[in-house]
Design a protein around this ligand. Structure first.
Ligand SMILES: *Cc1c(COP(=O)(O)O)cnc(C)c1O
Length: 389
């Protein structure tokens, strides 16, 4: 082995440490079992509890029996299944677009699609707290990058105005920002795009199953159907499975299926995952009360935390950050909460700027009142002990 490389890795391990995470004994749900101890979970994006839904699991198990474990290659090489085709049809119906294309994760959807739609001579416009998969997609694209301060429509407009010389101009934005829980001003963004002749790509990862009366996302919430060129989402959050997708016109989907490298050059998702996502999507379509429950829980929980004096930032969604600031204090709070029975994630650098460390708590329709009341009691007790509230 190369000596300098071995030494480099050793130095990195000394500064970064080795990765440590909790090892669960069972499924993701409102409460999770970790080495024999039950904890209330406020750290998963399993917004509707579908990850451990009995019907979803039954469909996944049946698909595993019918189609086996793996798919062998990309769909254009070793073939698709009726399940893959049905999932795309129903995603398109759900998103009210002509067609959809399933990728292996949300990350590879963004990383592969953005460079496919913007290249040399083009320009991308990206909010400065967009998800890392969007950032990497922009980097891979070789387009001019214009990063505007979070939510600043004046600067976005100025950037669009100044990029008149570029070929295609594409605004890419998270619908719901994953670390702050606020919502992008989609109507303003679309209006700017229409005025300056740009296209819009919206990442609905944290919005699908959460925003809109039917859970279709920010596009539904703002009543913008048919005005967003590229709608992206994940199957891994509210839909309870794994995978990513793009919804749009038939021509957009055909183009991506023929050219997106992160679609073409990778083995397609196993049918068990596809069946789980499809079952989750059908449950969501048939049970809009799940979304109502998610929001009832969110409103109840957030009101309690705000009354206690926690700073929940500008959260407008079930992502409820508790801003702490100092990273060591946030780590200690996280650890003490865990010992008291509450599993939450601390978010520090590189996810958020230094000095804005926070605990990110996430509500789910799977939580019941007892879960939430107990979680709030623990937060109150530990928060007081540490002088945070
Ligand atoms: C989680 C997330 C992704 C990535 O989706 P995965 O399916 O988990 O890979 C992309 N964009 C945003 C905004 C996300 O929050």
């Amino acid at each position: 082995m190369n000596k300098a490389f071995v030494q480099f890795l050793e130095e990195q391990a000394n500064t970064l440490g080795f990765p440590r995470w909790h090892v669960l004994d069972g499924p993701q749900d409102a409460r999770v079992c970790i080495q024999g101890e039950w904890k209330i979970s406020l750290c998963s994006n399993n917004y509707l509890g579908l990850a451990n839904n009995p019907s979803v699991k039954k469909h996944a198990a049946r698909a595993l029996e019918e189609y086996g474990a793996g798919t062998g290659a990309a769909r254009s090489l070793s073939g698709s299944t009726q399940l893959h085709e049905a999932l795309e049809r129903e995603l398109a119906d759900f998103k009210q677009t002509e067609a959809a294309l399933v990728f292996n994760s949300g990350f590879v959807t963004n990383a592969g699609v953005i460079p496919t739609l913007a290249g040399k001579g083009d320009a991308v416009f990206s909010d400065d707290i967009n998800h890392g998969s969007i950032i990497d997609g922009c980097r891979l694209s070789r387009a001019e990058k214009h990063i505007y301060p979070h939510g600043d429509m004046n600067i976005l407009e100025k950037m669009l105005k100044d990029a008149g010389h570029c070929g295609r101009r594409m605004i890419v934005v998270d619908a719901v920002f994953s670390m702050d829980g606020d919502v992008a001003p989609l109507p303003e963004i679309v209006a700017l795009a229409e005025w300056y002749d740009a296209i819009v790509m919206v990442d609905e990862a944290h919005a699908t199953g959460v925003l809109g009366a039917h859970g279709r996302g920010a596009v539904e919430h703002f009543d913008m159907e048919g005005r967003v060129d590229v709608v992206m989402g994940t199957l891994g959050k509210a839909l309870g499975a794994v995978g990513g997708y793009i919804a749009g016109t038939r021509h957009l989907i055909a183009y991506l299926a023929k050219t997106a490298r992160s679609f073409l050059l990778t083995t397609s998702l196993p049918s068990s995952c596809v069946a789980a996502a499809l079952a989750g999507l059908r449950m969501l379509a048939d049970n809009p009360e799940m979304i109502r429950r998610l929001w009832e829980n969110t409103n109840f929980y957030k009101a309690k935390l705000e009354a206690l004096g926690f700073d929940t930032m500008n959260s407008k969604t079930p992502i409820v950050p508790l801003l702490i600031g100092d990273d060591d204090i946030a780590s200690e709070l996280c650890q003490r909460l865990y010992e008291a029975g509450l599993y939450v994630a601390k978010i520090g650098t590189p996810y958020v700027p230094r000095g804005t460390s926070r605990l990110r708590t996430i509500m789910s329709a799977a939580h019941d009142r007892a879960d939430i009341e107990e979680a709030v009691d623990i937060l109150e007790r530990v928060g007081r002990e540490m002088g945070i509230i």
